[in-house]
Design a binder for this molecule. Structure first.
Ligand code: PLP
Length: 371
C-alpha cells in the first residue's frame, strides 16, 4: 500500500504558470477577444514549431478535421477511411463534413490503421484516408502514402495525440494534405479550454479553412460560402503562445519517462507496445493485459489512477450505426486489453518507479484466486 496518490493527470499550470497569467492579463488589457493579434502570432509560431508553412486556429480538434475535409471538397456521398481505435471525434468529424466514415482495422502491433486493410476498404466513393497518430506514435505513413497515391485519395492526418511527433523524420501534419491538432487541456500542448488548429503546406487550403471557420466570410458581412463559427479565441491563443516554448522540453520529459516505464516493464506482467518510431511523443503510455480490469482495480487500490483509451471500438459505437461499419476485431480486442498509465511532464522518476512496481506486483493468477 502506498500513501501517495498518483493522479492520471495534473492540468493546473506548473512551471509555466507565470507566463500563462501574463498572457491572460495581456489579452484583458488589450480588450480584443476574437481573431486578433494573439491568434495571428500563435498561427505563425505553431506552424514553425510543426515544420509547416501555414497554421489556422479553430475552436476544437474535431472542427479542424471536419474543416479540412470540407475544404478538400469532401462531403455528402463521399467516404473517408479511418481507424476504429481513436477518440470517437475522429469519425464524428467525417460525419460533420457530411461524409461516411469507413473503418479499416488496426495493425495489432502498432495499433494504428493497417495500410493493407485500407486497400481492401476502398470503394468507388472513397475520397480520403484519415489516419490517427495514436498515443503519440505516427501511423505507418510511407505505406499509407503508397495506397493513397495509387488510388488518388487525399490524406488527412489526425495529429490530436501527436504534437511535434515525426514519422520517419517527417513532421506529422505535413505528410498528407493537412493535419488537425487539438489543444484540449489534456493534450501534449493544452489550452485552458477548447482549442484546435489545422496545419498545412498548401496555401490555398489554409485560406479556405480560414474562411470556413469564420462563417465563410470573404469580407465583413460578406458570406461567400457556407461556413461555420469555430474560431480560436484570443485568450486561448495567448495561453498557447505562453506554453509553446515549453513543448520541446515537455516532449523530451515524456520520452524519458516512457523509457523508464519500458525498462521497468520489459519482463512483464503486461505487454508494452513497441516503439516503432523514435519520433513517438508519448501522449499516452499504454500497456496491454488480458486481465486489464483486474489490473486497473489493483492499481486503483494503491491510489494509482489509470484510464482506458479506448473502451469501445468506434465501429461498435451506437452513434456509428447509420454508417453500417464492418467489424474490426483487432481494435475490439485492443479495447478489452489496453490501459493507460500516468505519464505527464510533472511526474517524477519516483512516481514512475512506484507505478511500475505496482504493475510488476500484479499477477493475474493471484487475482483470479482472490476472487
Ligand atoms: C482530442 C481528440 C480529438 C478531438 O479534439 P477536440 O479538440 O476535443 O475536438 C480528435 N481525435 C483525437 C485522436 C483526439 O485525441
Amino acid at each position: 500500500m502506498t500513501a501517495r496518490r498518483i493522479p492520471f493527470l495534473r492540468l493546473a499550470p506548473g512551471e509555466d504558470a507565470d507566463a500563462v497569467r501574463a498572457a491572460i492579463d495581456r489579452v484583458i488589457a488589450r480588450g480584443w477577444f476574437v481573431l486578433g493579434p494573439e491568434v495571428e502570432a500563435f498561427e505563425a509560431e505553431f506552424a514553425r514549431a510543426c515544420g509547416a508553412a501555414h497554421a489556422v486556429g479553430v475552436g476544437t480538434g474535431t472542427d479542424a478535421l471536419a474543416l479540412i475535409l470540407r475544404a478538400l471538397g469532401i462531403g455528402s456521398g463521399d467516404e473517408v477511411i479511418t481507424t476504429p481505435l481513436s477518440a470517437a471525434y475522429s469519425a464524428l468529424a467525417v460525419m460533420m463534413a457530411g461524409a461516411r466514415p469507413v473503418f479499416a482495422d488496426v495493425d495489432p502491433a502498432r495499433l494504428t490503421i493497417d495500410p493493407a486493410r485500407i486497400e481492401r476498404a476502398i470503394g468507388p466513393r472513397t475520397r480520403a484516408v484519415m489516419p490517427v497518430h495514436l498515443y503519440g506514435q505516427a501511423a505507418d505513413m510511407a505505406a499509407i502514402e503508397d495506397v493513397a497515391a495509387r488510388h488518388h485519395l487525399a490524406i488527412v492526418e489526425d495529429c490530436c495525440h501527436a504534437h511535434l511527433a515525426t514519422a520517419g523524420g517527417r513532421p506529422v501534419g505535413t505528410i498528407g494534405a493537412a493535419g488537425a491538432f487539438s489543444f484540449y487541456p489534456t493534450k501534449n500542448l493544452g489550452a485552458l479550454g477548447d482549442a484546435g488548429a489545422v496545419v498545412t503546406n498548401d496555401r490555398a487550403l489554409a485560406e479556405r479553412i480560414a474562411r470556413l471557420r469564420n462563417g465563410g466570410q470573404t469580407d465583413r458581412y460578406h458570406h461567400a460560402e457556407f461556413g461555420v463559427n469555430t474560431r480560436l479565441d484570443e485568450m486561448q491563443a495567448a495561453i498557447l503562445r505562453a506554453r509553446l516554448p515549453w513543448l520541446n522540453r515537455w516532449t523530451e520529459r515524456r520520452r524519458a519517462l516512457a523509457r523508464q516505464y519500458r525498462e521497468r516493464l520489459a519482463r512483464g506482467p503486461v505487454d508494452v507496445p513497441q516503439q516503432l518510431d523514435p519520433g513517438h511523443v508519448y501522449h499516452l503510455f499504454v500497456v496491454r493485459s488480458s486481465a486489464r480490469d483486474a489490473l486497473q482495480a489493483h492499481l486503483a487500490a494503491q491510489g494509482i489512477e489509470t484510464l482506458i483509451h479506448y473502451p469501445l471500438s468506434i465501429a461498435d459505437q451506437p452513434a456509428m450505426a447509420a454508417a453500417a461499419p464492418a467489424p474490426c476485431p483487432e481494435a475490439a480486442r485492443a479495447c478489452g486489453e489496453v490501459i493507460s498509465l500516468p505519464l505527464y511532464p510533472a511526474l517524477d522518476d519516483a512516481d514512475v518507479e512506484l507505478v511500475a512496481a505496482a504493475v510488476s506486483a500484479f499477477t493475474k493468477g493471484q487475482y483470479e484466486c482472490a476472487r
